[in-house]
Ligand binder design. Structure first.
Ligand code: BGP
Length: 464
């Protein structure tokens, strides 16, 4: 069958500043929470590889952009590092950073690659974390200022902006499950952090729209469609709906509708977890919604009602309300341990079509991580990642189907371009179209999937 995509469909990949740029002596960058956490606890990071060893894009972006072109990119999604541009989070702007991002953006455009720029990818400047990070309203205002500076500096050339990547992750990682700094367990703080991220996003959107720049602004959410174990069991359905409220609607609703989901709000109220807010903030959120949505999709969430009847703990967490269900038919990525469920990407898009006004959206991440990928290197030194080609193609078939059924999806970004550093997992799981050899000073080699993607992009589709 022929899978043809609409004219102008964007083809590319996604990454982020903190995961790719690396640190170079004299670059003027301030510390983010990642630099700090690594200095404090290097043993938390896979093979003790820290954020300064990300794929050295700061120095090598010209070579990398040439490789993007060779692998068919018409778009590249990355982020500005707040702590590079404004080392203390507020105050002086770092001229080295301005020069770097200007040149990076210009080089992308000169090569026909549209930059999709995100403002926040988990990388709080350390000095602002010391003021409470997303727990603090002062930091929300500092972020709004940072956003304005980015629009002023780069908004003439960047036409697609995103305020946050996966805002639920700093909430889960930093305040519930301890895989991000500050690594505490506190559901009340988690709710405050989530609320402040939404507020900061609305503030940035307001500023962007008031500047009347020629472009659009949105947010990137990692959506995990929530499937109940048994659709005929009301308790399972209720549990799945609540998981959807915690992990999807918590950000989708305010971003697109300007309101918070009622079921989530009443639960938080009951638990005395409602964040501190003002009516004028709620008005601001209501009137400053997104133009475009980025959807990161990796895997679904399968949910069943809570089996244990034990009393809730004193500090209840989302998982006090449901259990994860192991679907016997599930297909696993054997190299990363995540479920592969291609139809999930279609379900995310249909959800936006039916429940969120069919807002223009992009697949802003989707990809397959592989631990120990060097075992697939062939005699010519190329990684033969047929599993990744299959993964991307199978998901694209469902994106195509969603398009046929009227979904407003305008592009696909695979995670990621070059193998990159992934927080505490560092280089454990490789995702790129292009391999990065750390032992050989970050040498780049295009994988089989990179050549395949070039053909897909050139033909604007594929036969399968
Ligand atoms: C996504 C994040 C990315 C990246 C990816 C892979 O959720 O947006 O930043 O880290 O996950 O994660 P991992 O390397 O843990 O498999």
């Amino acid at each position: 069958m022929k899978y043809e995509f609409p004219a102008g469909f964007w083809w590319g990949s996604a990454a982020s500043g903190p995961q790719t740029e690396g640190t170079v002596a004299g670059d003027g960058k301030g510390d983010s929470i990642w630099d700090h956490w690594y200095k404090q606890n290097p043993e938390l990071f896979f093979n003790q590889v820290g954020p300064e060893d990300t794929s050295y894009v700061y120095n090598r972006y010209k070579e990398d952009i040439a490789l993007m072109k060779k692998t068919g990119h018409t778009t590249y999604r990355t982020s500005i590092q707040w702590s590079r541009l404004i080392p203390d989070g507020i105050g002086a702007v770092n001229p080295e950073a301005v020069a770097f991002y200007n040149s990076y953006i210009d080089e992308l455009l000169a090569n026909g690659i549209e930059p999709f720029m995100n403002l926040y990818h988990f990388d709080m400047p350390l000095s602002l974390q010391q003021k409470g990070g997303w727990e603090s309203k002062e930091v929300v205002d500092a972020y709004a200022d940072y956003a304005r500076i980015c629009f002023e500096l780069f908004g003439d050339r960047v036409k697609k902006w995103f305020t946050h990547n996966e805002p639920i992750v700093p909430v889960e990682g930093g305040y519930l499950y301890q895989f991000h700094y500050p690594s505490v367990v506190d559901m009340k703080k988690a709710a405050q952090v989530a609320y402040h991220e939404t507020l900061s996003s609305a503030k940035a959107i307001k500023i962007y729209h008031e500047m009347n720049l020629d472009g659009q602004i949105g947010i990137i959410l990692n959506l995990t469609p929530s499937y109940p174990r048994n659709e005929n069991d009301p308790e399972d359905v209720k549990a799945a709906r609540l998981a959807d409220a915690f992990f999807n609607r918590s950000f989708l609703d305010p971003a697109i509708k300007g309101t918070f989901p009622e079921d989530l709000v009443s639960l938080l109220k009951e638990l005395d977890y409602l964040p501190e807010y003002t009516q004028s903030e709620l008005e601001l959120i209501k009137h400053n919604t997104i133009d475009i949505l980025g959807i990161n999709y990796y895997q679904p969430r399968r949910i069943m009602k809570k089996e244990s009847t034990e009393r809730l703990s004193d500090n209840p967490m989302p998982d006090d309300y449901f259990d994860n269900y192991i679907w016997p038919e599930r297909k696993m990525n054997p190299y990363r341990g995540w479920e592969i469920y291609e139809k999930g990407i279609y379900d995310c898009l249909i959800n936006v079509r039916d429940n969120y006004g069919n807002l223009p959206c992009y697949i802003s991440e989707n990809g397959m991580g592989v631990e120990g990928e060097e075992r697939f290197i062939n005699a010519d030194g190329m990684i033969e990642d047929d599993y990744r080609i299959e993964f991307v193609q199978d998901h694209l078939k469902y994106v195509h189907q969603a398009l046929q059924e009227g979904c407003n999806v305008k592009g696909y970004h695979m995670w990621t371009c070059m193998d990159n550093w992934s927080w505490t997992n560092a280089y454990k799981n490789r995702y790129g179209f292009i391999a990065v050899d750390l032992a050989e000073e970050g040498k780049r080699t295009i994988k089989k999937s990179g050549y395949w993607f070039k053909q897909v992009s050139d033909k604007n589709g594929f036969d399968a």
